[in-house]
Design a protein around this ligand. Structure first.
Ligand SMILES: Cc1ncc(COP(=O)(O)O)c(C=O)c1O
Length: 204
């Protein structure tokens, strides 16, 4: 997976036999999520812009040691709507016909009871597959890849803390034996979690 022109040159110097590569493109699609985990908009630090992608594709094709297999995009994380994924597919499809299309991850999960429920996995995959077929990415000999992360694992674990002290002033403060050292996401991404008292989990 190459992300920029320097990587193309570096990989080209290192590769002796046609090395399969994908290039990451930034489709200029902004989904509704925290800005720090949004990666599909034009000024994202990841991937080639839609403007630079044709030159990157041409450069890879001119290097004997590299074999361009397809395109990759990942427009961001914690996306609770499917429309941005449809736009992602429509955009990257304009860059040509390839045997491999990697549409990244991004499907969100509900971390708290107040958060909207995310689309079901079947709905998400169905949307991607339909959009891919509509834009010529389907058919024999083609591979469609996705890279879901949190949608697969976020609900598979909990973090268990021990309450060390409780202080009541204007608010009630509960100090636990953990914090930024084990989970930076609340501070970096404004992420919210649901807390329960583990040995009183059935209590309100
Ligand atoms: C390139 C790429 N693919 C997939 C993922 C997984 O994302 P998510 O957990 O939102 O599905 C990430 C997350 O940062 C990523 O950067």
């Amino acid at each position: 997976m190459v992300d920029n022109f320097d990587e193309i040159e570096r990989l080209g110097r290192l590769s002796k036999n046609a090395q399969d590569v994908l290039i990451r493109v930034t489709p200029d699609v902004r989904g509704e999520t925290h800005e720090k985990i949004s990666t599909g908009q034009a000024d994202s630090k990841f991937g080639f812009s839609m403007g630079d992608a044709p030159a990157a594709i041409e450069r890879i094709r001119s290097i004997e040691g590299l074999a361009l297999r397809g395109l990759h995009a990942h427009i961001g994380s914690q996306l609770l709507e499917l429309e941005p994924f449809r736009r992602e597919v429509a955009e990257i499809a304009t860059l040509g016909d390839y045997p491999v299309w990697d549409l990244g991850g991004g499907l969100g999960v509900a971390y708290t009871e107040e958060q909207a429920s995310p689309p079901a996995i079947e709905e998400y995959v169905g949307t991607l597959v339909r959009a891919a077929r509509e834009h010529g990415m389907g058919g024999s000999g083609k591979r469609l890849l996705i890279e879901p992360g949190r949608a697969l694992v976020a609900n598979a674990g909990v973090t268990l803390y021990t309450v060390e002290s409780v202080k009541r002033n204007v608010s009630t403060w509960v100090a636990v034996d953990g914090g930024m050292s084990d989970n930076l996401r609340p501070m970096l991404y404004g992420a919210a979690y649901e807390a329960h008292v583990a040995d009183r989990s059935s209590a309100a």
